[in-house]
Design a protein around this ligand. Structure first.
Ligand SMILES: [Fe+2]
Ligand SMILES: [Fe+2]
Length: 195
């Protein structure tokens, strides 16, 4: 499959995943995969990366756990293996290898690891998507029965971890979003706890 066929395929798989979810708040395509794809392409433009490699890898970065949620822990490795069969002969082997590396390393932090520019675009986009999706995450977490306070504490941790692992230039690009989200969340605990 080429990039546009992969786009339709992953979108379809996300919609199937949403239908199997226990609540109607799940919109994996809209709020995560499509968003990671758009952010990754924006970063690829800015950092002069190979947009074909970045685009395909961003679309496929979570494909393994979308198809089989049980493989969450190793979804980067399984997804990298799946990419070979999904792309087939539509791209040269060198590009497929690089796409595999991007998928395999999307959970790593661009700051500590020696990632290529393309790998950095995908890993950063995945982390930035967390920073931009606070309202959806809170809605989802509370709908799963977690208290608002616990959800907010967990969200703050998740945001800090995501921001810390992104590369310096991406941090500067999204610093305002990150800081305002943290400020709003921490504000929940100001002037005493809710009864
Ligand atoms: Fe992932
Ligand atoms: Fe992801």
């Amino acid at each position: 499959m080429n990039q546009s066929q992969l786009y339709d395929y992953v979108k379809l798989k996300c919609k199937e995943f949403d239908k199997s979810a226990s609540n109607n708040l799940c919109d994996l395509w809209q709020y995560h995969v499509k968003q990671v794809y758009s952010i990754a392409l924006h970063l690829a433009d800015t950092y002069k990366a190979d947009k074909e490699v970045v685009g395909c890898a961003a679309l496929l970065h979570d494909i393994a756990k979308i198809i089989d949620p049980k493989c969450e822990e190793v979804h980067n490795e399984v997804g990298a293996q799946m990419a070979v069969g999904l792309i087939g002969d539509d791209l040269p082997k060198q590009k497929v290898d690089h796409i595999q590396k991007c998928i395999r390393n999307h959970r790593k932090g661009a700051k500590e690891e020696n990632l290529s520019t393309e790998e950095t675009c995908v890993a950063d986009a995945d982390a930035v998507s967390v920073i931009l999706n606070v309202p959806d995450y809170i809605a989802w977490s509370t709908s799963m029965g977690n208290s608002v306070a616990d959800t907010i504490k967990h969200t703050i941790k998740k945001l800090k971890k995501s921001f810390d692992k992104t590369s310096k230039p991406t941090q500067e690009m999204f610093r305002k979003n990150y800081e305002s989200a943290i400020k709003t969340l921490e504000g929940h605990f100001m002037f005493g706890k809710r009864e």
